[in-house]
Structures are given as structure tokens and as C-alpha cells.
Design a protein around this ligand. Structure first.
Ligand SMILES: *Cc1c(COP(=O)(O)O)cnc(C)c1O
Length: 220
């Protein structure tokens, strides 16, 4: 199947409130353009340099989502154009994004990454840390960022009930959080292997790579 066919097959089954971010990391511009020509505009990348190169080479009306682990010293490269930063996992990073957004005279949309998995290796705020921050004065001082929701990754497991439980915990946490308007809150969870479970549990933004573009080869 072609990129276009894969993309449309997924899009045709999505509820209207769910946005598909096509994760194009490691994939060539030709593949992105094939999705673009099929009408797609939201693409996700994990690596700063790769994202900057693609931004420069591809059409300017693409919404570029940064979904990887972001280092403070690299924010300046993506701050002029990034559409949404998904994996914000510390207050320090938010402060730096705010600073770089201000320099560029813009407001940058961010999602707070929440740790929901059982694994040690995943980045993110715990529910408690996140709540503490959302209730702090600091938030209102960061005028050049706009926190519009949460992002999470489930455990890397075949256990569907475990994945479902983790997604459910995020949805519950988000529903209790009073600072967001429920109708515009973004919940970014679900990838190729678990996006159907994610939609069932209230995801409004899925990040799908290999099901659209094929398996990634990190050695090239
Ligand atoms: C790579 C990646 C994805 C997409 O993964 P697939 O399994 O290829 O769909 C989604 N989210 C994040 C954070 C990623 O790094």
C-alpha cells in the first residue's frame, strides 16, 4: 500500500474530533509530500536538526509537531516555526520555550508530557508534579507559551488492558483539571500499535508513524 492509501485508510476511520499527526521521523521528503498532496498538513518529528531541514525544504503551510525529547539548548532552532511541542516534561524546559517564543514574538503551544507507563525510561511529569505546577503562580508568568493539553505514552507491552488502564488514568486526570476548557483540551496519546485503544479512551490527537510510512530503519 502507498503512503496515501495508508493515510486515508486511517483518516477515514477517525472520529471528527481526533487529529492525526503523521510521524515522519527518518522518512524522506518525497514520502511527506505524498501525504501532503493527499491533503495532510500535520506532521510529527523527533529530532531537531531533521525537523529544521524538513521545515526549510517543504511547503510552509505544514503544521510541524515536535514530539521527541527536547533539550533546552535546541529550542531556539524550532521556536520560529514549530506548531505544537508535545513532550514538555519539566518547568525548566517551559521557561526556556517561553524565552525563545518571546524572542520570536510569538506564543508557542505546548502539551505537558505525563508519565503513565510502568517503565523507568519514559520522560514526563507525575500527576502530582503536574497538578502542583498547574496550580502555581509560575504558569501565569509564562506569557509566551500556551499549554493546551497533555501528551503521554503507554507502556511498551502487548497487554491491552494495561495500555487501556494507563490511557484511562490520563483522561481522568485531565478531566479533573480545572484550568482547561474540556471542549478544547488536547490529549495526545496513541501510536501505530495502540491508537485504536487510545481513541476508545478519549484521545483527541494520535501520533502515527510506521502504519503510514512503513517501518523505520535507523541505520541509514
Ligand atoms: C516515533 C513516535 C511515534 C510514532 O510511532 P509509530 O509506532 O511508528 O506509530 C509516536 N510518538 C512518539 C513520541 C514517537 O517518538
Amino acid at each position: 500500500m502507498s503512503v496515501k492509501e495508508n493515510l486515508l485508510e486511517i483518516k477515514n476511520t477517525l472520529p471528527s474530533n481526533v487529529t492525526l499527526v503523521a510521524v515522519s521521523k527518518t522518512k524522506p521528503n518525497e514520502m511527506i509530500l505524498e501525504a501532503y498532496e493527499a491533503g495532510h498538513r500535520d506532521f510529527g518529528e523527533n529530532y531537531v536538526q531533521e525537523l529544521v531541514d524538513k521545515y526549510e525544504q517543504l511547503p510552509k503551510d505544514i503544521n510541524w509537531h515536535f514530539i521527541g525529547h527536547l533539550q533546552s539548548n535546541k529550542i531556539k532552532y524550532i521556536a520560529p516555526f514549530v506548531y505544537l511541542i508535545h513532550g514538555v516534561d519539566s518547568v525548566k524546559l517551559l521557561e526556556e520555550i517561553n524565552k525563545q517564543a518571546k524572542k520570536n514574538n510569538r506564543t508557542i503551544n505546548c502539551l505537558l508530557q505525563i508519565f503513565i507507563a510502568q517503565e523507568e525510561t519514559k520522560f514526563g511529569f507525575s500527576f502530582d508534579e503536574c497538578e502542583l505546577f498547574l496550580n502555581s503562580d509560575l504558569l501565569s508568568q509564562l506569557k509566551n507559551i500556551n499549554i493546551i493539553g497533555f501528551m503521554a505514552m503507554a507502556s511498551n507491552t502487548e497487554n491491552v488492558e494495561q495500555i487501556r488502564k494507563e490511557f484511562k488514568s490520563l483522561k481522568e486526570f485531565a478531566s479533573k483539571s480545572l484550568i482547561f476548557n474540556p471542549s478544547s483540551l488536547i490529549l495526545s496519546f496513541g501510536m501505530s500499535s495502540d491508537y485504536k485503544i487510545a481513541i476508545g479512551e478519549g484521545s483527541t490527537m494520535i501520533r502515527v508513524g510506521s502504519m503510514i510510512f512503513g517501518q523505520r530503519n535507523y541505520n541509514i
